[in-house]
Design a protein around this ligand. Structure first.
Ligand SMILES: O=c1ccn([C@@H]2O[C@H](COP(=O)(O)O)[C@@H](O)[C@H]2O)c(=O)[nH]1
Ligand SMILES: [Zn+2]
Ligand SMILES: [Zn+2]
Length: 247
Protein backbone atom coordinates (compact mmCIF):
# COMPACT_ATOMS: atom_id res chain seq x y z
CA UNK A 1 0.00 0.00 0.00
CA UNK A 2 1.35 3.44 -0.82
CA UNK A 3 -0.76 5.27 1.78
CA UNK A 4 -2.26 3.93 4.99
CA UNK A 5 -4.09 5.61 7.86
CA UNK A 6 -3.81 4.53 11.47
CA UNK A 7 -5.65 6.63 14.05
CA UNK A 8 -3.78 6.84 17.36
CA UNK A 9 -7.18 7.73 18.73
CA UNK A 10 -10.64 8.66 17.54
CA UNK A 11 -12.01 10.36 20.63
CA UNK A 12 -13.37 13.80 21.33
CA UNK A 13 -11.36 16.05 23.64
CA UNK A 14 -12.73 14.67 26.91
CA UNK A 15 -13.55 11.09 25.82
CA UNK A 16 -12.36 8.47 28.29
CA UNK A 17 -12.78 5.34 26.16
CA UNK A 18 -10.88 6.67 23.16
CA UNK A 19 -7.54 8.37 22.78
CA UNK A 20 -7.27 11.86 21.29
CA UNK A 21 -8.10 12.17 17.59
CA UNK A 22 -4.56 11.96 16.22
CA UNK A 23 -3.51 10.10 13.06
CA UNK A 24 -0.56 8.41 11.45
CA UNK A 25 -0.33 8.65 7.66
CA UNK A 26 2.04 5.93 6.61
CA UNK A 27 3.76 5.57 3.24
CA UNK A 28 6.63 3.23 2.36
CA UNK A 29 9.24 5.91 3.01
CA UNK A 30 7.56 8.60 5.09
CA UNK A 31 5.31 8.68 8.16
CA UNK A 32 3.37 11.78 9.15
CA UNK A 33 1.76 12.25 12.54
CA UNK A 34 -1.29 14.51 12.32
CA UNK A 35 -1.66 16.20 15.72
CA UNK A 36 -0.20 14.94 18.99
CA UNK A 37 -2.61 15.47 21.85
CA UNK A 38 -2.12 14.73 25.52
CA UNK A 39 -2.82 11.01 24.96
CA UNK A 40 -0.61 10.84 21.85
CA UNK A 41 2.53 9.52 23.57
CA UNK A 42 0.56 6.82 25.45
CA UNK A 43 -1.24 5.76 22.28
CA UNK A 44 2.11 5.44 20.47
CA UNK A 45 3.45 3.37 23.37
CA UNK A 46 0.38 1.11 23.39
CA UNK A 47 0.82 0.53 19.65
CA UNK A 48 4.47 -0.42 20.19
CA UNK A 49 5.50 2.57 18.13
CA UNK A 50 8.21 5.18 18.71
CA UNK A 51 8.31 8.83 17.70
CA UNK A 52 11.62 8.00 16.05
CA UNK A 53 9.70 6.27 13.25
CA UNK A 54 7.76 9.49 12.57
CA UNK A 55 9.24 11.86 9.98
CA UNK A 56 7.16 14.90 10.88
CA UNK A 57 4.27 16.03 13.05
CA UNK A 58 1.65 18.34 11.59
CA UNK A 59 -0.49 20.53 13.84
CA UNK A 60 -4.03 21.44 12.75
CA UNK A 61 -4.87 23.79 15.62
CA UNK A 62 -3.98 24.70 19.19
CA UNK A 63 -6.15 22.59 21.47
CA UNK A 64 -4.82 20.20 24.10
CA UNK A 65 -6.18 17.08 22.38
CA UNK A 66 -4.16 18.10 19.29
CA UNK A 67 -0.94 19.52 20.74
CA UNK A 68 -0.78 18.42 24.40
CA UNK A 69 1.71 15.61 23.65
CA UNK A 70 4.26 17.77 21.84
CA UNK A 71 6.21 18.50 25.01
CA UNK A 72 6.77 14.80 25.71
CA UNK A 73 7.48 14.10 22.04
CA UNK A 74 10.18 16.79 21.86
CA UNK A 75 11.79 16.10 25.24
CA UNK A 76 11.82 12.33 24.79
CA UNK A 77 13.63 12.65 21.46
CA UNK A 78 16.03 15.21 22.98
CA UNK A 79 16.85 13.00 25.94
CA UNK A 80 17.73 10.17 23.55
CA UNK A 81 20.00 12.49 21.55
CA UNK A 82 17.77 11.96 18.51
CA UNK A 83 17.08 14.53 15.80
CA UNK A 84 14.65 17.37 16.37
CA UNK A 85 11.20 16.43 15.12
CA UNK A 86 10.09 18.26 12.00
CA UNK A 87 7.05 20.36 12.87
CA UNK A 88 4.70 21.29 10.03
CA UNK A 89 2.14 24.01 10.59
CA UNK A 90 0.67 27.16 9.16
CA UNK A 91 2.94 30.11 9.92
CA UNK A 92 0.08 31.79 11.78
CA UNK A 93 0.12 28.97 14.38
CA UNK A 94 3.80 29.31 15.31
CA UNK A 95 3.46 32.15 17.81
CA UNK A 96 0.28 30.82 19.45
CA UNK A 97 1.88 27.38 19.82
CA UNK A 98 5.07 28.70 21.44
CA UNK A 99 4.00 31.82 23.29
CA UNK A 100 0.58 30.71 24.45
CA UNK A 101 1.29 27.04 25.04
CA UNK A 102 4.67 25.29 24.96
CA UNK A 103 6.84 28.12 26.31
CA UNK A 104 5.05 27.87 29.64
CA UNK A 105 6.45 24.41 30.29
CA UNK A 106 9.44 24.02 27.98
CA UNK A 107 11.33 27.32 28.41
CA UNK A 108 14.91 27.00 29.66
CA UNK A 109 16.97 30.17 29.98
CA UNK A 110 19.69 30.27 27.36
CA UNK A 111 18.75 26.84 26.01
CA UNK A 112 15.13 26.67 24.94
CA UNK A 113 13.79 30.10 24.16
CA UNK A 114 12.10 29.55 20.78
CA UNK A 115 10.07 26.82 19.13
CA UNK A 116 13.01 26.29 16.76
CA UNK A 117 15.19 25.20 19.72
CA UNK A 118 13.13 22.04 20.14
CA UNK A 119 11.57 21.47 16.72
CA UNK A 120 12.70 21.71 13.13
CA UNK A 121 9.93 24.17 12.25
CA UNK A 122 8.65 24.09 8.67
CA UNK A 123 5.81 26.51 7.95
CA UNK A 124 3.30 25.41 5.32
CA UNK A 125 1.44 27.93 3.21
CA UNK A 126 -2.33 27.26 3.25
CA UNK A 127 -4.06 26.55 -0.07
CA UNK A 128 -0.79 25.48 -1.64
CA UNK A 129 -0.09 21.74 -1.99
CA UNK A 130 3.06 20.76 -0.10
CA UNK A 131 4.78 17.57 -1.25
CA UNK A 132 6.13 15.72 1.77
CA UNK A 133 7.23 12.55 0.01
CA UNK A 134 6.69 10.61 -3.21
CA UNK A 135 3.32 9.34 -1.96
CA UNK A 136 2.09 12.14 0.26
CA UNK A 137 1.07 15.71 -0.54
CA UNK A 138 -0.77 17.86 1.96
CA UNK A 139 -2.76 21.03 1.43
CA UNK A 140 -3.91 23.07 4.44
CA UNK A 141 -7.43 24.43 4.16
CA UNK A 142 -8.51 26.90 6.82
CA UNK A 143 -11.85 25.78 8.26
CA UNK A 144 -14.01 27.34 11.01
CA UNK A 145 -13.81 25.96 14.54
CA UNK A 146 -13.76 28.51 17.37
CA UNK A 147 -14.06 32.25 16.73
CA UNK A 148 -10.59 33.79 16.80
CA UNK A 149 -8.80 30.43 16.72
CA UNK A 150 -7.17 29.39 13.47
CA UNK A 151 -7.71 25.79 12.44
CA UNK A 152 -6.65 23.93 9.30
CA UNK A 153 -8.16 20.84 7.75
CA UNK A 154 -6.12 18.76 5.31
CA UNK A 155 -6.54 17.78 1.71
CA UNK A 156 -4.28 14.78 1.14
CA UNK A 157 -3.05 13.83 -2.31
CA UNK A 158 -5.81 16.01 -3.79
CA UNK A 159 -8.54 13.48 -3.10
CA UNK A 160 -8.78 12.78 0.65
CA UNK A 161 -10.20 15.35 3.07
CA UNK A 162 -9.29 15.10 6.77
CA UNK A 163 -11.16 17.59 8.91
CA UNK A 164 -9.56 19.44 11.73
CA UNK A 165 -12.18 20.15 14.36
CA UNK A 166 -14.69 22.22 12.41
CA UNK A 167 -18.22 23.47 12.26
CA UNK A 168 -20.49 22.29 9.46
CA UNK A 169 -19.42 23.38 5.98
CA UNK A 170 -21.87 21.66 3.61
CA UNK A 171 -20.84 23.69 0.55
CA UNK A 172 -17.15 22.85 1.08
CA UNK A 173 -17.86 19.13 1.49
CA UNK A 174 -20.21 19.00 -1.49
CA UNK A 175 -17.83 20.94 -3.69
CA UNK A 176 -14.93 18.68 -2.72
CA UNK A 177 -16.86 15.57 -3.74
CA UNK A 178 -18.70 16.84 -6.80
CA UNK A 179 -16.15 19.19 -8.34
CA UNK A 180 -12.73 18.27 -6.98
CA UNK A 181 -12.72 14.48 -7.14
CA UNK A 182 -12.52 13.97 -3.39
CA UNK A 183 -13.18 10.28 -2.76
CA UNK A 184 -12.74 9.99 1.02
CA UNK A 185 -13.71 12.33 3.87
CA UNK A 186 -12.66 11.77 7.48
CA UNK A 187 -14.81 14.11 9.54
CA UNK A 188 -15.01 15.07 13.20
CA UNK A 189 -18.46 14.31 14.53
CA UNK A 190 -20.28 15.36 17.67
CA UNK A 191 -22.90 12.72 18.35
CA UNK A 192 -25.01 14.49 20.98
CA UNK A 193 -25.97 18.05 21.83
CA UNK A 194 -25.62 21.21 19.77
CA UNK A 195 -22.49 21.44 17.60
CA UNK A 196 -21.33 24.98 18.48
CA UNK A 197 -17.66 24.30 17.62
CA UNK A 198 -17.98 20.91 15.91
CA UNK A 199 -20.08 19.34 13.17
CA UNK A 200 -22.91 17.19 14.53
CA UNK A 201 -24.05 13.79 13.32
CA UNK A 202 -27.43 15.31 12.45
CA UNK A 203 -25.72 17.89 10.22
CA UNK A 204 -23.69 15.25 8.42
CA UNK A 205 -26.85 13.16 7.96
CA UNK A 206 -28.43 16.12 6.18
CA UNK A 207 -25.86 15.94 3.35
CA UNK A 208 -26.83 14.43 -0.01
CA UNK A 209 -26.21 10.70 -0.37
CA UNK A 210 -23.27 11.02 -2.80
CA UNK A 211 -21.40 13.17 -0.24
CA UNK A 212 -22.41 11.07 2.78
CA UNK A 213 -21.25 7.92 1.05
CA UNK A 214 -17.57 8.94 1.25
CA UNK A 215 -17.62 10.14 4.88
CA UNK A 216 -16.14 8.26 7.86
CA UNK A 217 -16.66 9.60 11.38
CA UNK A 218 -13.97 10.42 13.93
CA UNK A 219 -13.43 12.64 17.00
CA UNK A 220 -16.51 11.14 18.70
CA UNK A 221 -17.54 10.81 22.33
CA UNK A 222 -17.87 7.80 24.63
CA UNK A 223 -21.52 7.41 23.60
CA UNK A 224 -20.37 6.09 20.20
CA UNK A 225 -21.52 2.46 20.78
CA UNK A 226 -25.12 3.74 21.11
CA UNK A 227 -24.88 5.21 17.60
CA UNK A 228 -23.58 2.23 15.64
CA UNK A 229 -26.14 1.60 12.87
CA UNK A 230 -27.68 5.07 13.34
CA UNK A 231 -25.37 7.12 11.10
CA UNK A 232 -27.07 6.72 7.70
CA UNK A 233 -24.27 4.49 6.49
CA UNK A 234 -21.34 6.68 7.52
CA UNK A 235 -18.89 4.28 9.23
CA UNK A 236 -17.00 5.11 12.41
CA UNK A 237 -13.24 5.12 12.04
CA UNK A 238 -11.78 2.80 14.67
CA UNK A 239 -8.61 3.74 16.51
CA UNK A 240 -5.49 1.61 15.90
CA UNK A 241 -6.92 -0.17 12.83
CA UNK A 242 -4.71 0.30 9.77
CA UNK A 243 -6.78 1.49 6.79
CA UNK A 244 -5.42 1.31 3.24
CA UNK A 245 -6.18 4.60 1.51
CA UNK A 246 -4.24 4.28 -1.72
CA UNK A 247 -2.19 1.85 -3.72
O1 LIG B 1 -16.02 25.50 27.01
C1 LIG B 1 -14.95 25.04 26.56
C2 LIG B 1 -14.66 23.69 26.65
C3 LIG B 1 -13.46 23.24 26.14
N1 LIG B 1 -12.59 24.11 25.59
C4 LIG B 1 -11.30 23.64 25.10
O2 LIG B 1 -11.51 23.06 23.86
C5 LIG B 1 -10.65 21.97 23.72
C6 LIG B 1 -11.42 20.82 23.21
O3 LIG B 1 -11.36 20.93 21.90
P1 LIG B 1 -12.23 20.24 20.86
O4 LIG B 1 -12.24 21.26 19.81
O5 LIG B 1 -13.61 19.97 21.40
O6 LIG B 1 -11.51 18.98 20.56
C7 LIG B 1 -10.00 21.65 25.00
O7 LIG B 1 -8.61 21.96 24.90
C8 LIG B 1 -10.71 22.57 25.97
O8 LIG B 1 -9.83 23.13 26.88
C9 LIG B 1 -12.88 25.40 25.46
O9 LIG B 1 -12.09 26.20 24.91
N2 LIG B 1 -14.08 25.88 25.98
ZN1 LIG C 1 -10.27 18.16 19.19
ZN1 LIG D 1 -10.44 21.78 18.71
Amino acid sequence: MTLQLQMLGTGSAFAKNYYNNNALLITPDYTLLVDCGFTGPLAMYDLGRSFEEVDAVLVTHIHADHIGGLEELAFSLRSRGARKMTLLLAEALIDPLWEHTLMGSMYQEGKITRLEDIFDVRPIVPDMPCRLSRDLTVNLIQTPHIPGKLSYSLLLNDDIFYSADMTFEPELLTNLVRNQGCRLIFHDCQLEGPGVVHTTLEELKSLPEDVRSVISLMHYGDEKPDYVGRTDGMPFLEQHVVYPLQG
